[in-house]
Design a protein around this ligand. Structure first.
Ligand SMILES: [Zn+2]
Length: 259
């Protein structure tokens, strides 16, 4: 019976041609912490927790930043945090709360908006390589997928898409760099759920990208205690888990996949 289980396990592992990644310092797994929408609770709560833990992370900004927050984002970029592109106006499927609808865009309008935001971010941090996160994890404009238009313009290096707690990346050869899946958190996700996800990523020797919104405030909120508990787990497992920005992790993947 044990032999059968072992064989089943092996075939599950390797049937898709997945080849495990050798992570820096032979760590087990890579975790990328990402935060969307330029929310004040990220600056006020998430950033101090990240700094105490000694981790860098990725913040996907819209143009919803002002004279008070811009210097704070700029300072973070200088300290090694990544500022990513999340469009200017966050076009999404229409809801009563969301005035800008992606249904009214064409693919080219979406890409132009992303390129203007790239220039905006260049003015903030001086970087020319830019990662991107789809607003509402939605890849359509005017009802049509715009990922290949974005690809044709080379506007961004990598793009984060949506997903759930099963979004663990292990098949790096077939990973579409403009559709990198992530664990999009729901409101009030528990510390236990966050840590369980990381443990699953470790067990599969993969990469896990977590999509946060508010931390201890704002909306789609993860409590500051749950966020801290996740960071505590990552600190305790620092020797076996690589915590990297989205750009850093994806640059590593592109350089090392297939080796
Ligand atoms: Zn968003």
């Amino acid at each position: 019976m044990k032999t059968i289980l072992l064989l089943v396990g092996l075939s599950a592992c390797c049937s898709a041609g997945a080849q495990s990644m050798i992570w820096p310092d032979h760590k087990q797994a890579t975790i990328v912490l990402t935060y969307d929408d330029a929310l004040p609770s990220q600056l006020d709560t998430a950033v101090p927790q990240l700094k105490r833990a000694g981790f860098k992370a990725t913040f996907f900004l819209t143009s919803d930043i002002d004279y008070i927050t811009m210097p704070r984002w700029r300072k973070l970029a200088r300290e090694g945090f990544e500022l990513g592109n999340h469009t200017l106006y966050h076009p999404c499927p229409p809801t009563p709360d969301n005035p800008v609808s992606s249904a009214d865009y064409t693919a080219h309008q979406m890409v132009w908006e992303i390129e203007v935001m790239n220039k905006f971010l260049y003015a903030l941090d001086g970087h020319t390589n830019r990662t991107y996160a789809y607003p509402c994890a939605e890849t359509t404009a005017g009802g049509k997928d715009y990922v290949d238009t974005l690809r044709a313009y080379h506007s961004v290096t990598y793009a984060r898409a949506g997903g759930d707690n099963t979004s663990i990346i292990t098949d790096f050869m077939h990973l579409d760099t403009l559709r990198v899946p992530s664990y999009g958190l729901e409101d009030n996700t528990s510390a236990g759920d966050l840590i369980a996800f990381v443990r699953n990523v470790q067990a599969r020797r993969g990469m896990g990208v977590i999509m946060f919104h508010g931390i201890g405030g704002d909306y789609i909120t993860t409590s500051s205690a749950a966020h801290q508990a996740l960071l505590d787990y990552l600190v305790a497992n620092r020797k076996v888990i690589w915590v990297a920005t989205f750009q850093q992790a994806m640059d590593y993947v592109m350089k090392n996949r297939g080796n």
